[in-house]
Write a protein of this length. Structure first.
Length: 239
């Protein structure tokens, strides 16, 4: 339970620092949809954490799926990734938040794989980008099975009920598995937010704050670490 609370606080810290740094140039808030969707990110993150602690793991997975999808799609819109199949609304990436909001409906679930494949990364190296895409596809597949009723999910729950494992009576292993899943989603989400933001300011965040936070939950996670490597040449990191 404490680990889940820590993930929530540390992800929230990442979002807050991005938000604070963005105030240095107010136009960021007119151009980057990632910044404007912050409250939806927070809502899903808090809801998922609370649901896990209450034993409501399927609703938690649905919230995590929204957070995953929203993080990836807002990144796609903010980084100027190429059009998908030349469809008119996506022929050029919109420039304002209002235009990007209007473009969201053209990024339906049937095109989610195309969104992931066409992402361009400004901070991650090719290895980090490959890990991002693999993680995004894997998590989306795992979480999507809990959005609609299916034999897999219902069958698993019914077998648990027959063994007196009702909602709220999960094992420690079950809760730990959900905490692991939440950590993976938040790692990808936070890496997406950094990628969508200004590279110079992201570098300042790492060397001025996150580098000194040994207990920060995302200090060594795969995708945030891939972003962090981008700044290894900074003077502040030299021996």
């Amino acid at each position: 339970m404490g680990r889940i609370d820590r993930l929530i606080l540390d992800y929230g810290l990442g979002l807050t620092v991005i938000d604070l740094m963005a105030t240095r140039w107010p136009e960021f808030f007119e151009q980057l949809i990632t910044l404007r969707v912050k409250q939806q990110f927070v809502e899903s993150m808090v809801a998922a954490g609370q649901a896990i602690k209450e034993g409501l793991h399927n609703p938690a997975r649905r919230e995590l799926r929204f957070l995953l999808e929203a993080s990836i799609k807002t990144l796609w819109l903010d980084t100027g990734s190429p059009a998908i199949n030349g469809v008119a609304p996506l022929a050029t990436v919109p420039g304002t938040v209002d235009e990007k909001v209007a473009a969201l409906d053209d990024l339906g679930k049937e095109r989610f794989g195309e969104v992931i494949d066409s992402l361009t990364f400004r901070l991650m190296d090719p290895a980090g980008a490959d890990t991002y895409r693999q993680t995004a596809n894997s998590l989306y597949g795992r979480l999507s099975t809990h959005v609609h009723i299916s034999s897999t999910v219902i069958g698993k729950d019914l077998k648990g009920f027959d063994k007196d494992r009702d909602f709220g009576f999960e094992t420690v292993g079950d809760v730990n598995a959900m905490a692991d899943l939440m950590r993976q989603v938040l790692d990808l989400a936070l890496a997406s937010h950094f990628e969508a933001f200004d590279a110079g300011l992201v570098g300042d965040m790492f060397v001025a704050l996150f580098d000194d936070m040994d207990r920060w939950s995302f200090r060594k996670t795969p995708l945030v670490s891939a972003v962090s490597r981008r700044f290894d040449d900074k003077a502040e990191r030299k021996p």
